[in-house]
Design a binder for this molecule. Structure first.
Ligand code: GDP
Ligand code: IMO
Ligand code: MG
Length: 431
């Protein structure tokens, strides 16, 4: 399950819905920057690290090596669920190879975020994601989940803190540097170890064994493919491979096991943070989409930037991720408009472009070319099968399938599990 835009495509809803058809749900990249919403009856759950299969006790949930874990947030999530009658500790396994977002990473993110790149701030979620992945690749200052079991925790933390204080001072942030206290961090790490070590293990071999035993795995992407570190709108991206190409690297599962890729997109576009967004609507229409779709960040509460559906961007990410089936979400939100637009091409420097450009500065110059379709202008939140949708909604879905070159197989008309229409569920899940 891959987000095909800039995140928040409602992946959490779909993963929760499809989890019971699987034995395992796997989060394989990202960290607490993710905010996945699951609605179960009158209960709303906002998950950051925990896979969205966690509400189903018969489903085993895995957090694999590609994920970066911020322990305080994770423990808060675990306790929060437990206090609501869901016991996540019994069906959760965390990879010992995953890396930990340490207090210095949070401070570094804060310091870096104040700086602009290409004249604009990235506007991160301040969850320490970039600094943690940077240390993972750099190796010397990395802290893995397995390190919670080390006997020389104090020495290891002291060594890193010394360098991090220098780094923060070098960034002209002496007050942030002064916040790093070796004793306090070591004490906190001992507490994290108490909470987390019982769930820590070798997810890589466990998942390979599950596959050998014929078990069905559902892979839950975080963020969206346009935020992919290698293939997104760099540098306005996150620090992991959030497109389909990240599944294998982050989980340790070889490509031959991937049988079906579902790409999730909204019927319009949103983006949080900085970076180019060709179909952005800085207008009353954009504000209406934001209000009707309640487009405010799950993790940070920031208002999301809103715009029309961009088939140039989604065709690119669907191809990049090898998407077989499209899930189109928030069809109810577009039900409030007389007319709806779909971007079918970009005009860049006088040329018509259908292939999504590499360079953020080029994407910034893209003028969207729109096709206007009749809106359905009615409440579709009660639709439960395709026949319940009015003809203009059918025309919209068909046109998106055509432009993205992937058929729409799932349509969502509201946040609840029951507000979901499958074109042919049995065929979609036959793998
Ligand atoms: P994720 O990060 O991809 O899991 O998405 P988020 O949870 O950040 O944001 C999606 C939001 O849309 C959540 O509040 C969902 O409850 C809500 N949602 C999901 N599907 C629909 C839908 O079809 N219509 C509407 N109106 N809201 C939806
Ligand atoms: P889910 O999984 C939307 C965005 C941030 C920022 C950029 C880099 O809920 O779809 P980071 O903190 O990762 O270094 O921030 O990426 N971003 C997201 N936007 N949904 C997310 O996750 C996001 N995770 C990161 O807003 O622009
Ligand atoms: Mg989200």
């Amino acid at each position: 399950m891959i987000g095909l835009q800039w995140g928040d495509e409602a992946k959490g809803k779909l993963v929760d819905l499809l989890a019971p058809e699987h034995d395992c749900v796997v989060r394989y990249q990202g960290g607490a920057n993710a905010g996945h919403t699951v609605v179960s009856g009158d209960q709303v759950y906002k998950l950051h690290h925990l896979p969205s299969g966690i509400l189903h006790p018969q489903v085993m949930n895995f957090v694999t090596p590609g994920v970066v874990i911020e322990p305080t947030t994770l423990i808060r999530e675990l306790d929060g669920l437990a206090s609501r009658g869901v016991e996540p500790r019994t069906n959760l396994m965390i990879s010992e190879r995953s890396h930990m977002v340490m207090p210095w990473h949070l401070l570094e993110d804060q310091a870096m975020n104040a700086m602009a790149v290409q004249g604009e701030a990235i506007g991160t979620t301040l969850r320490g994601i970039g600094p943690c992945y940077r240390d993972k690749v750099g190796r010397n200052f990395a802290f893995r989940t397995t390190d919670l079991r080390a006997s020389d925790l104090h020495a290891r933390i002291a060594e890193i803190v010394e360098s991090k204080r220098d780094l923060l001072r070098g960034m002209n942030q002496p007050s942030l540097a002064a916040q790093l206290d070796v004793g306090a961090i070591t004490d906190a790490a001992a507490l994290w170890a108490q909470h987390l070590v019982p769930m820590v293990g070798d997810t890589t071999n466990r998942l390979l064994n599950e596959l050998d035993d014929g078990k069905r795995l559902l892979m839950e992407g975080a963020q969206g493919a346009l935020l992919d570190i290698d293939h997104g709108t760099y540098p306005f991206v996150t620090s992991s491979n959030s497109s389909g190409v990240g599944i294998c690297a982050g989980s340790g599962i070889p490509p031959r096991w991937i049988k079906r890729v579902i790409g999730v997109a909204k019927a319009y576009s949103t983006r949080v943070g900085g970076g180019p967004f060709p179909t952005e609507l800085n207008s009353e229409i954009g504000q209406r989409i934001r209000d009707i779709g309640r487009e405010y960040g799950t993790t940070t509460g920031r208002p999301r930037r809103c715009g029309w559906f961009d088939s140039v961007a989604v065709r690119y990410t669907a191809r990049l991720s090898g998407v077989d089936a499209l899930a189109l979400m928030m069809m109810d939100v577009l039900g409030h408009f007389d007319e709806v637009n779909i971007c079918v091409a970009y005009e860049i420097d006088g040329q018509l472009i259908r292939d999504f450009p590499c360079d953020a500065s080029v994407i910034r110059r893209a003028k969207p070319v729109y096709e206007t379709l009749q809106g359905w202008n009615c409440d579709v939140t009660g639709a439960r099968e395709l026949a319940d949708l009015p003809p203009p909604a059918h025309a919209f879905l068909a046109r998106i399938g055509e432009l993205v070159e992937v058929p729409v197989e799932i349509v969502s008309v509201g946040p609840d599990r029951c507000q979901t229409i499958f074109v042919d569920k049995a065929a979609l899940l036959d793998y």
